[in-house]
Design a protein around this ligand. Structure first.
Ligand code: HEM
Ligand SMILES: [Ca+2]
Ligand SMILES: [Ca+2]
Length: 275
């Protein structure tokens, strides 16, 4: 069925306040949670669409997505989604899908951290099953993917290269583990400022396989808790986080300076994933 901004206007008008109040207190307690909730939405949507599949625990009949490599020891915020869902069930029992809760929580997170606001289209139906294999099949982009691989993974979701560049701007908030950015900070190409690389290396030893793999660093070293366009500015200054930074160079025909500055001027299109 067609999603609609007005889906809950009659069925549950208080859903928006219920979601927002829980997101608000979670982000007040820990700003990073805003990023974690946004990423949860992204990882739900890339695996069989935005159907709440990412939320499902393993059962006797299926092994779900939570323990799949892109998600395990990495996705956060499930407890916040549970708290939101309880609150929503208290005001409108049996009306609002978990998939819609995740979509609204992602929007509210971005807005609370100073980013753009959009009207979320609603009416998603929750999946009753989830698949470890689907989440492990390579549909979710990896920080070690090549540029062409990243582009084709977004293409497979109906998203263009420009969309990918815009959506990568989400890394203006949140944190990443040493194991995901080590390669970038020890690979001193001309894409990374050497002082910045050194600073990151301090918290992330070259050798993998220790507890320090889990050390985290902010993705945006300047405004980690504000949803702004610093992701791109850092990238241009060679102090970027790991995703497009590895590929960013003035010579690159696909992700070049013009593309990036155009993205800075446009509002970040967070709505792209929201269909
Ligand atoms: C372009 C392909 C992408 C790759 C390869 C990628 C990869 C990653 C990785 C490896 C992390 C750190 C995870 C960890 O250390 O546990 C991360 C964090 C994050 N990603 Fe992405 N990501 C991509 C696109 C996106 C998109 C499209 C969004 C949302 C629209 C997003 C939002 C985030 C956020 C907010 C965080 C921080 C999460 C937190 O602090 O809990 N990413 N990403
Ligand atoms: Ca899903
Ligand atoms: Ca920022």
């Amino acid at each position: 069925a067609q999603l609609s901004e007005n889906f809950y206007v009659k069925k549950c008008p208080s859903v928006f306040n219920a979601v927002k109040s829980v997101v608000h207190s979670a982000v007040a307690k820990e700003a990073r949670m805003g990023g974690s909730l946004l990423r949860l939405f992204f990882h739900d949507c890339f695996v069989n669409g935005c159907d709440g599949s990412v939320l499902l625990d393993d059962t006797s009949s299926f092994k779900g997505e939570k323990t799949a490599p892109p998600n395990s020891n990495s996705l956060r915020g499930f407890d916040v989604i549970d708290a939101i869902k309880s609150k929503v069930e208290a005001v409108c029992p049996g009306v609002v899908s978990c998939a819609d809760v995740v979509a609204i929580a992602a929007r509210d997170s971005v807005a609370i951290l100073g980013g753009p606001y959009w009207k979320v289209k609603l009416g998603r139906r929750d999946s009753k099953t989830a698949s470890f294999n689907a989440a492990n099949s390579g549909v979710i982009p990896s920080p070690f993917s090549s540029l062409s691989d990243l582009i084709s993974k977004f293409q497979a979701q109906g998203l263009s290269t420009k969309d990918m560049v815009a959506l990568s701007g989400a890394h203006t908030i949140g944190k990443a583990k040493c194991s995901t950015f080590r390669q970038h900070v020890y690979n001193e190409t001309n894409n990374i400022n050497s002082l910045f690389a050194k600073a990151r290396q301090r918290n992330c030893p070259r050798t993998s396989g220790t507890i320090r793999d889990n050390n985290v660093a902010v993705l945006d070293f300047k405004t980690p808790n504000q949803f702004d366009n610093l992701y791109y500015k850092n990238l241009i200054n060679k102090k970027g986080s790991f995703i497009l930074t590895r590929f960013y160079s003035v010579e690159d025909p696909q992700i070049h300076l013009l593309e990036l500055t155009a993205t800075i001027k446009r509002p970040l299109k967070m709505t792209l994933l929201m269909q």
